[in-house]
Design a protein around this ligand. Structure first.
Ligand code: PRP
Ligand code: URA
Length: 216
């Protein structure tokens, strides 16, 4: 079970030993992109298992080989929304758990000088608000990118059930999300110490996109 944090009512942290073991290997600067990607997707799958525990289900009849019984089916379509590019590095791990999920994309990068989000792409299912939405980005630093994406989902597409999955979060980003999107719960493997003068998370793991895709 993820742990609540009294200082951050919008945050849940996974202290699970298997997740922490994988996260530590991801943080290691010697870990190359193939292993980095594999571990990141494995963590994403483990996190999704918990994050989906309150998804609504409908009761349905099921005919087993032996008798008529009653089972369940997920009530509403689930949409994953990775923030390009690094969010893509967690998406396959979730899809391994729920292949029928739809995938929308929001493209936004952080200007290196200003740290402001620069949007460049958006493609979402037109009826995305019918079901739960999982916003995916391994890094929540200043919160500029995530806040921009949440605004599109909540204000432009009327999504009411949004959760965010990230690997590592900085308190600055978590606080900003609470101020700007208090309805949204963030699930992370670690609440890190803070940001350095370049807006990088400490201790963090460096530039997630570059480490996932080998573009260092
Ligand atoms: C990284 C990361 C987040 C963002 C976090 O993306 O994947 O999207 O920075 O920083 P913020 O909370 O201060 O906005 P980046 O801008 O490096 O783009 P990339 O994924 O395309 O490499
Ligand atoms: N984006 C990253 O990829 N890493 C950080 O530490 C901060 C923003």
């Amino acid at each position: 079970m993820p742990i609540s944090n009294p200082k951050h009512p919008n945050l849940k942290t996974f202290a699970h030993p298997v997740i922490q073991d994988k996260l530590t290997r991801i943080r290691n600067h010697k870990t190359k992109h193939a292993e980095f990607r594999r571990l990141l997707n494995e963590i994403a799958g483990l996190m999704f298992f918990q994050m989906s525990r309150h998804f609504k289900v409908d009761e349905i009849p099921v005919q087993t080989p032996v008798e008529e019984s009653v089972g369940f089916k997920l009530a509403n379509p689930i949409t994953l929304v990775p923030i390009l590019r690094a969010g893509v590095g967690m998406t396959d791990g979730v899809l391994a758990m729920i292949p029928e999920a739809r995938v929308g994309h929001i493209g936004v990068f952080r200007d290196e000088e200003t740290k402001q989000p620069v949007p460049y792409y958006c493609k979402l299912p037109s009826d995305i608000s019918r079901g739960p939405v999982l916003l995916i980005d391994p890094m929540l630093a200043t919160g500029g990118s995530a806040s921009y994406a949440a605004k599109i989902l909540h204000e432009e597409h009327n999504c009411q059930e949004i959760q965010m999955m990230c690997l590592v979060a900085a308190p600055e980003g978590v606080d900003r999300m609470y101020q700007e999107h208090p309805y949204l719960k963030i699930f992370t493997a670690s609440l890190d110490r803070g940001l350095n003068e370049n807006g990088y998370i400490l201790p963090g793991l460096g530039d997630a996109g570059d480490r996932i895709f080998g573009t260092l």
